[in-house]
Design a protein around this ligand. Sequence first.
Ligand SMILES: [Zn+2]
Ligand SMILES: [Zn+2]
Length: 171
Amino acid sequence: MTQVANPNPPGLTAPINSQLAQQLYKDLNRQHFEDKLPECRIEISARLTRTAGKIWPRTRLMRLSRSYHELYGPAELANTILHEMIHLWLHEQGLPSGHTALFRQKLEQVGLGDRLRALPIPPRPYRYLYRCPTCRAEVQTRRKINSSCGHCDRVYNPRHRFKLVRQLNEN
Ligand SMILES: [Zn+2]
Ligand SMILES: [Zn+2]
């Protein structure tokens, strides 16, 4: 029940943080949008786990998944930012900012033609560590649980109810 925190070999990855994201945003703005996109707030989010990134063009806020980008690394961070920037680019022109034909055309132009969707989303991280008070077996879970240890009794038994040891701090 252990979990691989970051399968990228150390040294090959820059840390995934909003500073790096801002730098990439600036570079990509120059490269692909003639430096015309407005500044955008970028947050690396521990809560965004079901999608790689998300943008709110009206308020100029971009959220990028921490777990996703820690798995795939900085190159993929650039890909996600660029994808979200195209949404903003459309919005700034007063155009519908979804995955429209124009969106796909621009995606093609910037070399991400095959990347309308993100890479496979990693499983959500374990957040809680529980232990059976009787046999000391430990389990990691993504949600809070209310069950008892299956080793100690096959049906629910409050004597063997899992106790929360601690919250796992993956973020
Ligand atoms: Zn999109
Ligand atoms: Zn037990």
